[in-house]
Structures are given as structure tokens and as C-alpha cells.
Write a protein that binds this ligand. Sequence first.
Ligand code: UD1
Length: 452
Amino acid sequence: MEAGQAPRRNLTGSNQMGHGTDERWCVMSTPNGGFVDKILIRGGKPLNGAVHVRGAKNAALPLMAAVIMAEEPCTLHNVPCLHDVFTMDKLLSTMGMQIEFTGRYMTLQADGISEPYAPYDLVRKMRASFFVLGPLLARFGSAKVSLPGGCAIGTRPVDIHLKGLEALGASICIEDGYVVAKGPLNGANYALDFPSVGATENLMMAACRAKGVTRLTNVAREPEIEDLAYLLNTMGAQISGAGTDMITVVGVDSLGGAEHVVIPDRIEAGTFLVAGVATHGDVTVLNANPDHLPGFLDKLREAGAEVEAHGSRIRAAAPNGLRAVDVTTRPYPGFPTDLQAQTMTMLCRAEGVSHIKETVFENRFMQAAELVRMGADITLDGNTAIVRGVPRLSGAPVMASDLRASAALVIAGLMADQGATAIARVYHIDRGYEQIEERLAALGATIERVRN
Ligand code: UD1
């Protein structure tokens, strides 16, 4: 999908400042807390040291949804303590699933779910809630799930999910903002219009209990999909091809329990590496998987960073600064859209002119206007951002608009060597980064969270 061509916008304008394993945290953190919190940063110091990467949010959420189909308890290890995980926990618990979440260890038992219904109030909070549709339909033969609605980074329709379920034999109608789906499901061949991550996951889960063989083509190849297939196969499913562009699922009559370790969060790993390089520091991420970051690590090298990967450790350093590079986001194994905002921030101080093209989402440059307020020189031309390197960024009060844009603003605050940065609406960052300020402080950042 190519994003639409918006008119050319020069964001720089006249205001350019170009020169100028803590369980306690899980219990104490509340989704509403972030509304009033701010993150304060006094930047200008290189980040140095090592940080452990947590389990992948985007893997954990569909894994939790998949357990809806299990007739025995399942255990997930390395589950991140994040607000999005709490939201999925609440949605599944409201349906009747029994969930115990202690530290990074979660047990889930689905036999208490009696009604295949996901209400608007919970689904609207997080788009990934829509992952329950496929498993509910597979287990109960019908499901009523609220449409997730739009979000800051685009309209994000679910047409591919629904067309795929129809191809599997479901009848689908939309009633009062809800998707009402009815089975039975039968194996079928279906080619996705776009390799949507969520649609691939929903359809792969639904196909596990469909009668016969399902062949899904043009599917997403993200590592989180392989992780989901791994759990489902451990539960007794028969899935092959996950990680390639064609997935085959042979339907089975029932799925049992399983124990599974969530893969490391490649986006979190990338965010810490960018933060290190952007501050001209030297950061190592531990418990990561370098194979999950192919397009991204190559781009850091092209920008002049030293990057070394050994086993589950990745080190990136840029003691002598960076040069401009061009970046185009693509589905995996291309450059991840979820690291675009952070990379744009890094390139704000790189020598030369970078072009960043966003092809996955139509409105994912929300961070640009805030970066300009910190002294960056960024022009938007449709789905391309032109970033001209400036010698320095300055601190400013800024507002987070979505999860990855908020990570980008934190990195900008760390880069700014004049003044302080105060980031509002940090609840966005708590959706996807665990204890971000403590972990950055351990790398040498001057950062704190304050309550208004
Ligand atoms: C997942 C990730 C998100 C990441 C995105 C792309 C999770 C929980 N979230 O989101 O962090 O940014 O993949 O890597 O895993 N689309 C349609 N119709 C559909 C489905 C998608 O047009 O039915 C479009 C979307 O609007 C978007 C593009 O396809 O423009 C990619 O979306 P998709 O891959 O589905 O992203 P998500 O699964 O929502």
C-alpha cells in the first residue's frame, strides 16, 4: 500500500531553533496514571552500557488471544509488563478467561469463557483486541467483536481480516459497530491484498479449527507470526510456512495446553540502539535476536554506526556522529515502520539530507512537527519526510501522539544539548515500553517521570 500524497508542508518555518524483573511496577502501574505524568529529560549526554530487552509486545498480544482456543491451561514466559498486555488481560478476563500474571510469567485458562463477545469499551482501547475474533469464531462457531475504529497513525481498516474469514466460509455482518461472524469454517485458499500482520494472525488462528486445509498467500512474515505459529503448533495445530509468504494450516478438532517463551521485542531493541547511536554513545542490547532486525541493522551501518551482533547481544556505537541515509518502511524483512519515528529523530543530527518514505501507514509522521519545535529541519512531502541534518537539538515541551512517536520524542530529548524536554501524554509510551525512564537512566540519561 502506498500512502496518499499530501501537499508539501514545510514544518521548519520561522520557529526553527536549529542552533539555538520488577513485579511491583506491574502492580502499581495503572493505565490512567500516564495521563497526568510527564517525562522530563535533560539531554546532551551519550548513552553507554547494556540493557536487557523484554518480551515482544506484538508477539504477546496474539499469543494471549490464541489461548481462547485451548482446552487446557497455557503458560507464557517472558511476557512484558505493559499497558497493552494489561488491556488484553482485562478483555480476556472479562470474557471469562482465568489469567494469573506474576512478574513475566502468565498462566491462562480459557474454559471459563462462555460468551464469544468483545465489547466496544475494551476493544476501542487497543486495536490488537481485534485478534480475539479469529479464535472466538474458531472455538464457538460465532463471535461478536467490536470494530476497533481508527487511530492516530491512520484509519487502519480490518477489511482483510473480514474478507479472509469470509473466504473460510464465515458469514459476516456489521451491526451497531460490531462485527457479527458466524461459522462453520472450512479450509480455503485465500490471498491477502496486503501482508497485514494482524489479518495474517487472525486468519491463521481461525484456520486452526476450520475443516480441511487452508492456504494463505501474500501473508506477513514478521517474527511475531512465526512465534504465534510455534505456540499454536505446540497446542496441537498443524501450521507450516510461517515466516514465508505462504502459510498452510491443516484444521484439527481440538487444541490443548502449551508452555511457550515469548520472543524478544525487536522494536524495543531497535529503540535502545537508536537512542545510543543518536546520542553518539555506545549501547548493547542483551537478550535480543539480531536476525529479527535485518533491514534496520544494515541501515544503522549505512549511517556510519559501528554495529556488532553476537548471539543474543547487539552493540551499536557512533562516537563520530552519523551521516544521512534514505529509509523506506516495508513489511518484514524490510525496514520496520515501528522504528521509523525513532530513526527520523536520529537522522535529525546526521550530516546531509535524509529521505524517509513511509509505505505501511498513511499518517505516521506525527513526531515531525514536535521535532521541528526542538530545532529539527524536516519537510513533509506526502509520504516522504525530508530531514536536513542540523548541528543540535534544543529541549522543549512536546506532546506524544502515539506509541512510537513518543519513543522518538524521548530520543530527541536525550539528544538535545540545550534546555530540558518535557514530554506530555506519556501513557502512549507505557503501552509499549516497560520502565523506560529507569532503563535509560541506567544507561546514563538524566530522565525522570513527574506527576502534574
Ligand atoms: C501490527 C503491529 C504494529 C505494526 C504493524 C505493521 C501488532 C499488535 N501491531 O499492526 O505495531 O506497526 O503491524 O508492521 O502486532 N490494513 C488494511 N486492511 C486490513 C488490515 C490492515 O488496509 O484489514 C492496512 C493498515 O491500515 C496499514 C497496513 O495495512 O496501513 C498494515 O497494517 P497491519 O500489518 O495490519 O498492522 P497491524 O496488524 O494493525
